[in-house]
Design a protein around this ligand. Structure first.
Ligand SMILES: O=C(O)CCC(=O)C(=O)O
Length: 171
């Protein structure tokens, strides 16, 4: 990310039940009241994740695309972002994950996941890191207000996000 240190924004378990539907196209940073693009999510599947289980898919290099950044995840983001990425001819990367493989995606990379067509729970852990100097920005939508009060409660607009929930990673 080009920064000296990172801190944890938050972590999150994403368990998708057997038969669970798709995760629509979206960019995570729509949800984050963070004043920098120096953010990254590690996606850690807790089992081998074949294509039929719905591994994370990416639109390679799509962090340069601005269209769709204002869409919350849902049916509209799935169809509008898909159409725009197709028009712009970005490579759609879909690969199975072996157990132990993880992926990292930048906060503005558009991504999605397919349905879980197996009879097993798809278990995933994620951790979101941000530049240790990242500041809280004025929230741009209700989701960012919700994130502020959930993941960095007490942080102040314009100041470094340094609550007890946001430790520097690695000491
Ligand atoms: O696991 C999924 O289905 C979606 C995960 C995701 O969008 C993310 O980690 O940013």
């Amino acid at each position: 990310m080009g920064c000296e240190r990172v801190r944890i924004y938050h972590d999150q378990a994403l368990f998708k039940e057997a038969g669970g539907g798709i995760t629509p196209w979206h960019a995570d940073q729509y949800y984050w009241p963070i004043d920098t693009d120096n953010t990254i999510t590690v996606w850690i599947p807790l089992q081998a994740t074949p294509l039929e289980m719905g591994p994370l898919e990416f639109s390679a290099k799509s962090q340069q695309i601005v269209f769709g950044r204002d869409l919350q995840i849902g049916d509209e983001s799935e169809s509008k972002i898909k159409d725009n990425l197709r028009i712009n001819n970005f490579e759609h990367v879909i690969e199975a994950f072996d157990l132990g493989e993880v992926s990292f995606h930048s906060g503005w990379v558009f991504h999605r996941a397919g349905a879980n067509q197996t009879d097993q729970m798809r278990k995933v852990m994620t951790v979101i890191y941000m530049d240790a100097e990242a500041k809280l920005m004025n929230p741009k939508n209700d989701n960012q207000i919700h994130d502020w009060h959930t993941w960095c409660p007490g942080a102040k607009i314009g100041e470094v996000i340094d609550t007890e929930l946001n430790p520097i990673a690695g000491g």
